[in-house]
Design a binder for this molecule. Structure first.
Ligand SMILES: NC(=O)c1ccc[n+]([C@@H]2O[C@H](COP(=O)([O-])OP(=O)(O)OC[C@H]3O[C@@H](n4cnc5c(N)ncnc54)[C@H](O)[C@@H]3O)[C@@H](O)[C@H]2O)c1
Length: 272
């Protein structure tokens, strides 16, 4: 679709968290672009730039809107938003699809989490969204929409999720606080709680294949979700279709979060 037509016509925003074409952020970017939205992208480091730049260009993003950003550095986030201000002046939406933990600490017991990894995981996976929201607010004089990505491990204990579960719980709480802080300015803040999807970040989680199978057998839809399905929900949340929605954690997980027990017809699964 060309710009000027579609649900997102005339809207501009930033996509943070594409690592490759399996990234959830890429699914959301494609959905927004297909509805006429204009996109800027960030990438983490030169190795990922090689993957992100061609993808972003495929969606018509000019080189000067494909920006390095390490959210562990406030100066790096500042530089990203300074560039958006310089080139666009204002923006309409931000997609934050970023998380990090030392994968060694996604093994064993949560109780053994080190203070260093706790700090880093919570900083990158939770605080960075707040830092982004603060800078986005300054570029959204007429309102806008911010979304982030969470997981059911925020609500219930999931195997191997450990400190990431605590970080996602904090992220979901921060969505509610940010929704109140920014709501007066017409800025909406929401999260998508996605079901498990095989991505680079997911490969850090032990027994991920078991988690995928368990969700497939036990979710109401009896299957896993795709990045395009999360993309559709992302499009809804950044578009005016969701203009009455803020502070929400929207599950895109084949309905898995409503299930309380293994389905009677689901096979037992074991990693032993
Ligand atoms: N894959 C799943 O099963 C799943 C399920 C629910 C939620 N999520 C969440 O979705 C989001 C996107 O993850 P994904 O699964 O698409 O994996 P992904 O590996 O494709 O994306 C994670 C991104 O985080 C970025 N990142 C990490 N540290 C960063 C930093 N310091 N600065 C800037 N960027 C940084 C990486 O570069 C990468 O692009 C994450 O928040 C993840 O927790 C994933």
């Amino acid at each position: 679709m060309t710009h000027g037509a579609g649900l997102m016509a005339g809207k501009r925003g930033l996509i943070m968290g594409v690592a490759n074409d399996r990234s959830i952020a890429w699914g959301i970017a494609k959905a927004i672009h297909a509805q006429g939205g204009q996109l800027a992208f960030t990438y983490l480091g030169e190795a990922l730039e090689k993957r992100v730049r061609p993808l972003a260009k495929d969606l018509g993003t000019p080189d000067d809107l494909i920006l390095p950003c390490d959210v562990a550095e406030m100066a790096s986030i500042d530089a990203t938003f300074d560039k958006l201000k310089e080139i666009w002046g204002t923006i309409d939406f931000v997609v934050h699809a970023i998380a990090y933990s030392d994968k060694e600490e996604l093994k064993g017991r949560y109780v053994d989490t080190s203070p260093e990894n706790f700090q880093q995981s919570l900083f990158i996976s939770c605080f960075s969204f707040t830092a982004v929201a603060k800078r986005a607010e300054a570029l959204m004089p007429d309102g806008g929409s911010l979304i982030t990505l969470s997981y059911y491990g925020a609500e219930k204990v999931m195997p191997h999720y450990n400190v990431m579960g605590v970080a996602k719980a904090a992220l979901e709480a921060s969505v509610r606080y940010l929704a109140v802080d920014l709501g007066k300015g017409g800025i909406r803040v929401n999260a998508i709680s996605a079901g498990p999807i095989k991505t680079l970040a997911a490969s850090a989680i032990g027994d991920f294949r078991l988690i995928l199978k368990w969700n497939e057998y036990n979710s109401p839809l009896k299957r896993n979700v795709s990045i395009d399905e999360v993309g559709g929900a992302g499009l809804y949340l950044v578009s005016d279709l969701s203009r009455g929605v803020s502070g929400e954690v929207h599950h895109v997980d084949s309905g898995y979060h409503v299930v309380g027990m293994k389905a009677a017809d689901a096979p037992d699964l074991s990693v032993v």
